[in-house]
Design a protein around this ligand. Structure first.
Ligand SMILES: CSC[C@H]1O[C@@H](n2cnc3c(O)ncnc32)[C@H](O)[C@@H]1O
Ligand SMILES: [Zn+2]
Length: 442
């Protein structure tokens, strides 16, 4: 008999590794924030008699979902500008709104709203790119959320930084501050090929190698971006990044809807990761990421929601389902991206892209206890032949009941344990009134 903290029992555990394995009537044993055992319930109750037993009678346990691309504070701009293509949306509405509203308080309140939404939807880690990243980091750490915070770089001045040197210097300070934090990591986040010039991109390439941290960037999001890049630099953006030394296993290339077969091979050879954002790509009519072709070439593909102003939610269940369905439609092959592959894209592949696969992304002994319980017992998910099928093709995020991050229970029967839902709602309402008032013609 050993003295352990917690046992979580569920009828199904989907560890993601080994692939296709489903453990029935097992327990996970959690000690000091890590998974220390995974065993049949009968054995667990003997071996861990002193542990606190959490019994989930109709649930599946899955690894926490990893949202590999978002702009969390943009949740306060949800629904502000819809039904527009990317550049009209950005230049006509979003950038003007950001230059008017983005401040420390905006970022604090927006990030908190986003984190609450993500937690209740089973997301335990997010990869963020936004102004005032130190505030997003503070909010995430306080709530107990895991995050990779973007050290943003963009050629335009903002309320956060003025020049690219300024952006990089402030990013490096942030990297230093969180070097040893258990939940918060940093990544370089140059915005896009059309907003960051060669000088700062070369600097990012050098520093990212030196610090061994990821580089998170919008890339080949639309045909217009690729054509503009070709006209300005004489090569397509991916080739430009390759020449600047950015194409490596540290690169997270977000969107990638415009890809030639040759570029797919180049990505595979470099071990760069593709971050697929199906819902944002559909809503902005940006194009289709050739997921099945990338998968066949051996490229690691993870999933992201993008920000709530272009999605318009932060729901990884929808991203999983769309990723599976769109891949089938685009490839003309119903066997492309089966359910277990979609779940892996939303968990382990995201962890791998962020350099966190030794810590998170699967329910394996030794990994950190980032765990999500999904209730599959209600009539909407019955009958149940295959829990992975129900998760990807049937269930919605409202089925998420309990969430643990590094062993801390942050959602208990859909109630937050580390944040105040009514405060978030009132702060959000106040922002909505302020922003709406300013939109009225005088
Ligand atoms: C430098 S902070 C991030 C910057 O990105 C903008 N943004 C949000 N969504 C997208 C997208 O899909 N493509 C390109 N840029 C996007 C956001 O408004 C911030 O200005
Ligand atoms: Zn984005």
């Amino acid at each position: 008999m050993q003295n352990f903290n917690t046992l979580i029992y569920a009828p199904w555990i989907i560890p993601v590794i080994p692939e296709n394995q489903i453990l029935e009537n097992h327990c996970l044993a959690i000690h000091q924030g890590r998974i220390v055992d995974c065993l049949p319930r009968a054995h667990a109750e003997v071996r861990y008699q002193n542990a606190h037993l959490i019994e989930l009678t109709q649930h599946a346990l899955i690894p926490g979902l990893v949202n590999t691309h978002t702009h969390s504070p943009m949740s306060l701009l949800r629904g502000l500008a819809d039904d527009l293509p990317l550049m009209e949306w950005l230049e006509g509405y979003i950038w003007p709104a950001e230059s008017k509203w983005v401040s420390e308080t905006f970022v604090r309140d927006g990030a908190l709203l986003a984190i609450a939404e993500m937690l209740r939807g089973g997301i335990t880690c997010f990869n963020d790119m936004y102004f005032f990243p130190e505030i997003v980091a503070q909010v995430a750490a306080k709530v107990g959320m895991r995050a990779v915070i973007g050290m943003i770089v963009i050629d335009f001045p903002s309320s956060w930084a003025k020049t690219s040197e300024d952006y990089i210097r402030k990013g490096l300070e942030l990297n230093d501050q969180y070097r040893a934090h258990p939940l918060i990591k940093t990544a370089f986040a140059p915005h896009a090929p059309y907003t960051v010039s060669d000088g700062p991109l070369k600097q990012v390439a050098t520093l990212a190698k030196e610090l061994n941290i990821p580089v998170h960037m919008h890339l080949h999001e639309t045909a217009e971006e690729v054509n503009r890049g070709l006209a300005q630099y004489g090569v397509r953006p991916l080739e430009r990044l390759q020449r600047l030394g950015l194409l490596s296993s540290q690169l997270l290339a977000v969107h990638m809807t415009q890809l030639t077969d040759q570029e797919i091979q180049t990505l595979a050879a470099s071990s760069a990761h593709v971050i697929h954002c199906p819902e944002s790509n559909l809503k902005l009519a940006s194009g289709f990421c050739p997921v099945a072709k990338l998968y066949q070439a051996g490229v690691n593909i993870a999933l992201g929601t993008d920000g709530a102003a272009s999605n318009n939610d932060l729901d990884m269940f929808v991203e999983m389902r769309l990723a599976a369905l769109l891949a089938k439609a685009l490839a003309g092959d119903a066997s492309a991206i089966p359910a277990n592959q979609a779940l892996r894209m939303a968990t382990l592949n995201g962890a791998k892209a962020l350099g966190l696969e030794q810590e998170i992304g699967s329910l394996e002994i030794g990994k950190v206890a980032d765990i999500v319980a999904v209730n599959l017992g209600e009539l909407e998910t019955q009958p149940l032949y295959d829990p992975t099928s129900q998760l990807v093709y049937t269930a919605g995020r409202d089925r998420v009941s309990d969430v643990w991050i590094a062993g801390q229970q942050v959602l208990k029967k859909r109630q937050f344990t580390t944040l105040d839902e009514s405060l978030i709602l009132s702060q959000t309402q106040a922002w909505a009134e302020r922003i709406q008032e300013a939109r009225k013609p005088i």
